[in-house]
Design a binder for this molecule. Structure first.
Ligand code: SAM
Ligand code: SF4
Length: 341
């Protein structure tokens, strides 16, 4: 659809010339023309809720003294992977706070152990925040395949404020390093952050295209009561759906999750995302106790389900949409094309 590079004013004019339903319909059709009716599974493991950072929006920010902190051991993580692998899962996502207790060598060791436990067949995605280029290189050499690092907002001033002093340039540098190191790179943003203007919203969408992302995670900002951004303003799923649909139209080959945050503000939030261009679901494989303490925002869903019942529930939800849950690694097509090119 977009032959020429598009600025955010053009993008806005395009979006405002269509109803949300029309945009979602176009995005879903494009998604199915590339990915079929397949919805790819990624097993999420929230390995630690310790964090040295203080992002203003996040429930596990270091300054929140009400959080009961935990850290899964490497043995526990590998055991969760073994169980997920037995259930058929072939991609595992390790996500956590920027935990100062865990060195890059600890992470490398866990990545190597996961590769061994899955006979090298599973893809490993890391989401460990901003690290140095040499640390990203070490993690890649250990076997990591993909990395998720949302830019959160393209507004540089807002970014620095909301991330408690971390400049946008640091995030941008990290994303460039990851791409140069040949990771499949994922990024994305929250919709409805306090201070987001219409211009920022469309710039956020456009930045996903500029970065030519392999994976794009978009979710609503949900205020947490123990953070400086607490407010009782209800988050808007429509805004998230609009963003997902537009990004899908710009990046047909990207993998895009129907995020848990969307499911947490609307019981059918993930289904609505899957009909707006998303093609990935991420069942949470963390132990219940860990899930309960990894509260980025209130109202998180599926706290009591184990991996197997979570998959059963997701399969039924996907079937109701006329789609099919699949367990392949679901490698990025844009990354594959880079290698061919
Ligand atoms: N620490 C790593 C980082 O910041 O990239 C990875 C974990 S972080 C908790 C994962 C994502 O959670 C962030 O990228 C952010 O978009 C999302 N998140 C944090 N607080 C949130 C909130 N209040 N509402 C919705 N999403 C939130
Ligand atoms: Fe830490 Fe990530 Fe939360 Fe920021 S968003 S406080 S880096 S866990």
């Amino acid at each position: 659809m977009w032959g020429a590079p598009m600025n955010s004013a053009d993008l806005r004019a395009f979006a405002e010339g269509r109803t949300l339903d029309a945009l979602r319909g176009e995005a879903n059709a494009l998604c199915e023309s590339v990915w079929g009716k397949r919805v790819f599974v990624r097993g999420l493991i929230e390995f630690s809720n310790h964090c040295a950072r203080n992002c203003l929006y996040c429930g596990i920010r270091g300054a929140n003294t009400r959080v009961s902190r935990y850290r899964l051991s490497s043995d526990e993580i590998v055991e969760i992977v073994r169980e997920g692998f037995r259930l058929g899962i072939r991609t595992f996502v390790l996500q956590g706070g920027e935990d100062p207790f865990l060195s890059v060598l600890d992470h490398c060791r866990t990545v190597e152990r996961i590769k061994d436990a899955t006979e090298g067949t599973a893809a490993i995605t890391l989401s460990l925040g901003i690290r140095s280029r040499s640390e990203y290189a070490a993690l890649k050499a250990a076997g990591a395949d993909r990395y998720l690092l949302r830019f959160e907002t393209s507004d540089e001033t807002l970014h620095t404020r909301l991330r408690d002093g971390v400049p946008f340039a640091a995030r941008r540098r990290a994303l460039d390093d990851l791409k140069e190191l040949d990771y499949e790179v994922g990024s994305g943003f929250m919709t409805g952050l306090p201070g987001e203007t219409e211009e920022t919203f469309y710039e956020n969408v456009r930045l996903c295209k500029t970065l030519e992302l392999d994976m794009v995670g978009i979710g609503p900002f949900i205020p947490h009561p123990d953070t400086p951004l607490w407010s009782d303003a209800p988050p808007s799923l429509e805004r998230t759906l609009r963003a997902v649909a537009l990004v899908r139209l710009l990046l047909p080959m990207a993998n895009m999750p129907a995020t848990t945050a969307a499911g947490s503000i609307d019981p059918l939030g993930r289904e609505k995302m899957l009909l707006s261009g998303a093609n990935v679901l991420m069942p949470n494989l963390s132990p219940s106790e860990a899930k309960r303490h990894y509260l980025l925002y209130p109202g998180k869903v599926c706290l009591d389900e184990d991996g197997s019942s979570c998959l059963k529930c997701l399969r039924a939800r996907v079937l109701r949409l006329g789609k099919e849950l699949v367990f392949d690694r679901g490698d990025s097509r844009s990354a594959a094309l880079r290698h061919v090119g």
